[in-house]
Design a protein around this ligand. Structure first.
Ligand SMILES: *Cc1c(COP(=O)(O)O)cnc(C)c1O
Ligand SMILES: [Zn+2]
Length: 391
């Protein structure tokens, strides 16, 4: 491969993915080298997001049969301010942003000749990998926690993957799955796998185009493993390196107070995340107590002049309600980006003049249990009283 994977920490270069997908020297995440001659292919139109931005992926072979129509998600103005936007990632084929990275992961697996793929997840990534595995007729292994809630199994299992409940430490499972998988011909596309992170770049290209060729001042991203925020930031860096833009937005990593390893690391200033012992939050999709890309997110935020912020449970629920009252029903994890925007506005950090994008990572219908946290008003009446009730 002429393009190198580079360690985000020590800079060692790799020709191909090592067995663990992490640096063999320092165990930090690898990243594809930056593209500095990217172009947007206007001849492609808007039929396929990845294809339109293919010049930013010289190391991935595109096959349109793998696509489920991911990307080109709406960018919608908030009701609060004319320059504050919501990027609606729940509009993806499996209703979360994970589809962008699953596409690039599966393309890589196919290019490398794999017939089997897998992931370790109990939530949106599991559904996404199962969906893409089905589309490409790949044998798909989804490893979930033994204690997975029963209602989470159906929305993954419906795609027909091989679902395996694994007893034991979940963090260890992430580490070992990649190695055990590769030894057995299964390409694991976990949370911050380099070619998954690559796929998230398309969010940046879309935002740039949707803002009419401009770059926002801030991008707020609900952050767990750290894959999405890394990918979006890299997308903006590549737009800049390719001469399409002359600034890079400042990034804000958003976590729940009940599971905030990256925010703690950011506050400590020492670029190291430490494991959270008893994570607890309704924002389950961002509840990784020891994020594999945590240290890299801290390094990225430092060079980006970004920041990390955490959100209380009641602020998450309130933001979910406010978003729904603007017509966007998202899951609690996704509402944290908007909650963070409100908080940073109230603290005077962000103003009404700033162009801001909150990434709303997934649909609210993926986690309807959260509705129990909301007071829903219903009235009833007889047909005879209806007119009276409508007045
Ligand atoms: C996966 C996920 C996240 C976190 O993304 P990372 O890449 O793990 O940081 C945020 N919100 C939702 C809804 C998710 O599914
Ligand atoms: Zn290294």
């Amino acid at each position: 491969m002429e393009h190198k994977l580079i360690c985000t920490n020590c800079g060692i270069e790799y020709d191909t993915e090592p067995a663990s997908t992490r640096c063999e020297e320092c165990n930090e995440p690898l990243e594809m080298e930056i593209v500095s001659n990217g172009e947007i292919d206007n001849s492609i139109g808007f039929e396929n997001s990845f294809k339109r931005y293919l010049k930013f992926f010289p190391y991935i072979k595109f096959d349109s049969n793998v696509s489920l129509g991911e990307g080109f998600t709406p960018l919608v103005k908030t009701n609060t301010c004319n320059s504050w936007y919501l990027k609606i990632e729940g509009s993806n084929p499996s209703w979360s942003f994970k589809d962008r990275g699953t596409l690039t992961g599966v393309l890589k697996a196919l290019e490398l000749g794999y017939k089997k793929i897998g992931t370790v997840s109990t939530g949106n990534m599991a559904a996404s990998v199962a969906a893409y595995g089905a589309k490409s007729n790949l044998e798909t292994y989804i490893l979930v926690k033994d204690e997975i809630a029963e209602e989470k199994i159906g929305p993954i299992g419906i795609y027909g993957p091989k679902l395996i409940k694994v007893k034991g430490n979940y963090g260890e499972l992430y580490k070992n799955s990649i190695k055990i998988g590769r030894d057995n011909g299964i390409y694991f596309i976990n949370s911050d796998a380099p070619f998954r992170v690559e796929g998230y770049k398309t969010t940046a290209f879309e935002i740039y185009e949707q803002l009419g060729g401009k770059v926002p001042d801030y991008v707020l991203v609900p952050t767990s493993a750290g894959g999405n925020i890394r990918g979006i930031e890299k997308g903006f860096r590549e737009l800049n390196a390719s001469g399409l833009t002359n600034v890079i937005p400042r990034f804000i990593a958003v976590q729940a107070k009940g599971c905030n390893p990256i925010v703690r690391g950011y506050r400590s200033g020492n670029l190291q995340v430490e494991r959270i012992e008893n994570p607890e939050t309704i924002a389950h999709a961002i509840e990784n107590p020891f994020p594999p890309s945590g240290n890299q997110v801290l390094r990225m935020l430092k060079s980006n002049d970004g920041m990390a912020i955490d959100i209380e449970e009641d602020e998450i629920i309130e933001a979910q309600r406010e978003l729904a009252h603007m017509g966007q029903f998202v899951q609690p994890a996704s509402a944290t980006s908007y909650a963070a925007l409100k908080k940073l506005f109230n603290e005077g950090f962000i103003s009404m003049d700033d162009v801001v994008v909150c990434v709303l990572t997934a649909s609210g219908l993926k986690y309807t249990q959260s509705l129990e946290m909301h007071k829903i008003d219903v009235r009833s009446c007889s047909l005879d009283d209806l007119e009276e009730n409508l007045k």
